[in-house]
Design a protein around this ligand. Structure first.
Ligand SMILES: O=C(O)CCC(=O)N[C@@H](CCC(=O)O)C(=O)O
Ligand SMILES: [Zn+2]
Length: 342
C-alpha cells in the first residue's frame, strides 16, 4: 500500500485494535509534516514549518470513555488527508488500547493512578498488572515530546475523559495541582470555548496523567470530562461540537489564546477540593445512589461516608460530591468533596 492509500483508509481506532501488542516505529513524510507512529496509540506530528506550540492530546486512558477517542481518531484521519492543517507539534495518545478493545475502564489497575512515576512502585507486578508498562510507555512518550521544546515554547496537555455518571454541570475539568505556579486564565478561557463551564481545582500532587505533564514540564495540563461514558457508536457528536472545534483550532493554530479573565465574566464556575475521601477499610461505604449526579450537594450533618474508623459527616451546607465510586480498592479515592470558590 502506498502512503496515499494508507492515509485514505486509515482509521486510528481500527489500527490500534490491530496492533494491541505494539509495533515497530515508522514515519511518513507528507506535504506539511512528518508523522511518526511510535508505538500502538502513540503518534507524533512534526510540522515542517517552525512552531512554538507543543500540544499533547490523550484519550482513552480509561478504555470505556469512547467519545474522546472517536474525536481524536477523526482528527488524525483529517490530518493525514489534508482536511485539517497542522501548525503545531502534536502528540496523540490512545491511553489504554487493551481496555479500549473491551470498552472497560481498566483491566487490572486504574491507569490514571499510575503516573508521575507511580508505576515504579508496581514494577515487580508488571506481569499481573498490564497498566504498569503502559503507564511507563505513555510517560516516556510525553517526556520525549516535551523534551524537544524549549523554555519559550508553549506546552499543553489535554487529557480527555468522559465520566461514569451524569453531572449537574455536564462538562467539567480538573485542573491539577500547580505546585508553586499560578493558574493560567488562558486555560479557563480555553475550557469555556470547549463548552466546559465548570473547573475543579485539585489541591495536591497526584498520580493522574495531567499532573505528570504539568509537574514535570510545566505544561498547561488539565483533565477534561466531556460528558458521560457511552459505548462506541452511541455518542452524540453534536454534544461535543464545541470541544472538537476548539481542539481542531489548536491544531491548525486558528485558536486565539486569550489570557484575560473573561471566563469570570462569562460565569464559569470554579470549585476547589475540600476533602478527598479514600477507602480506608472494606466497610467504607458512600451513602449515595448509583445514579446521583456529580456536583450534587448535601446538607450539613449528612453521613456521606460510613466507616467504623473514619466516617465523613458533611460539615457545611452545600458541600458537593464528584466521582463517587464505591467500587475501588483500599487506599484509592472513593469521592471528592468539593465547594464552590466565590
Ligand atoms: O466518573 C468518574 O467517576 C471518573 C471519571 C474519570 O475518569 N475521572 C478522572 C479524573 C482525573 C483527575 O482527577 O484529574 C479519574 O478519575 O481518573
Ligand atoms: Zn476517565
Amino acid at each position: 500500500m502506498n502512503t496515499s492509500e494508507f492515509c485514505k483508509s486509515f482509521n486510528l481506532l481500527d489500527f490500534v485494535r490491530e496492533h494491541l501488542e505494539g509495533h515497530q516505529p515508522f514515519s511518513m513524510s507528507l506535504e506539511d509534516f512528518v508523522v511518526t507512529f511510535h508505538d500502538v496509540g502513540i503518534i507524533e506530528f512534526k510540522p515542517k514549518k517552525e512552531s512554538q506550540q507543543y500540544l499533547a492530546l490523550s484519550a482513552g486512558v480509561h478504555g470505556n470513555e469512547t467519545a474522546p477517542m472517536e474525536i481524536v481518531s477523526d482528527m488524525v484521519h483529517d490530518l493525514l488527508n489534508g482536511a485539517l492543517d497542522l501548525r503545531c507539534h502534536l502528540l496523540i495518545l490512545i491511553g489504554h488500547p487493551q481496555a479500549m478493545l473491551k470498552q472497560e475502564r481498566f483491566l487490572d489497575f486504574n491507569l490514571n493512578r499510575m503516573f508521575n512515576g507511580e508505576w515504579k512502585k508496581y514494577w515487580d507486578k508488571r506481569d499481573e498488572i498490564c497498566e504498569v508498562e503502559r503507564a511507563k510507555r505513555l510517560e516516556q512518550a510525553v517526556n520525549d515530546f516535551f523534551s524537544q521544546s524549549s523554555a519559550n515554547d508553549t506546552r499543553s496537555h489535554y487529557d480527555l475523559h468522559t465520566a461514569i455518571r451524569a453531572s449537574k454541570y455536564q462538562k467539567f475539568a480538573i485542573y491539577p495541582y500547580l505546585d508553586s505556579r499560578e493558574h493560567n486564565p488562558g486555560v479557563f478561557n480555553l475550557m469555556q470555548d470547549c463548552g466546559v463551564n465548570t473547573v475543579l481545582l485539585f489541591h495536591k500532587p497526584s498520580t493522574v496523567f495531567s499532573y505528570h505533564s504539568s509537574h514535570n514540564f510545566k505544561a498547561d495540563s488539565i483533565t477534561v470530562e466531556l460528558g458521560k461514558v457511552k459505548p462506541f457508536g452511541q455518542n452524540n457528536r453534536d454534544d461535543f461540537a464545541d470541544a472538537e472545534k476548539t481542539l481542531r483550532q489548536l491544531v491548525d493554530s486558528t485558536y486565539n489564546y486569550d489570557h484575560s479573565s473573561r471566563y469570570k465574566a462569562n460565569g464559569q464556575r470554579v470549585f476547589k477540593v475540600k476533602r478527598e475521601l479514600l477507602r480506608v477499610s472494606d466497610d467504607s461505604h458512600l451513602n449515595v445512589d448509583d445514579d446521583l449526579a456529580n456536583f450534587s450537594s448535601f446538607d450539613k450533618g449528612f453521613e456521606l461516608l460510613s466507616d467504623p474508623e473514619e466516617p465523613y459527616i458533611v460539615e457545611n451546607d452545600g458541600e458537593a460530591i464528584v466521582f463517587p465510586n464505591n467500587n475501588v480498592p483500599i487506599g484509592q479515592r472513593m469521592a471528592l468533596v468539593v465547594e464552590e470558590v466565590q
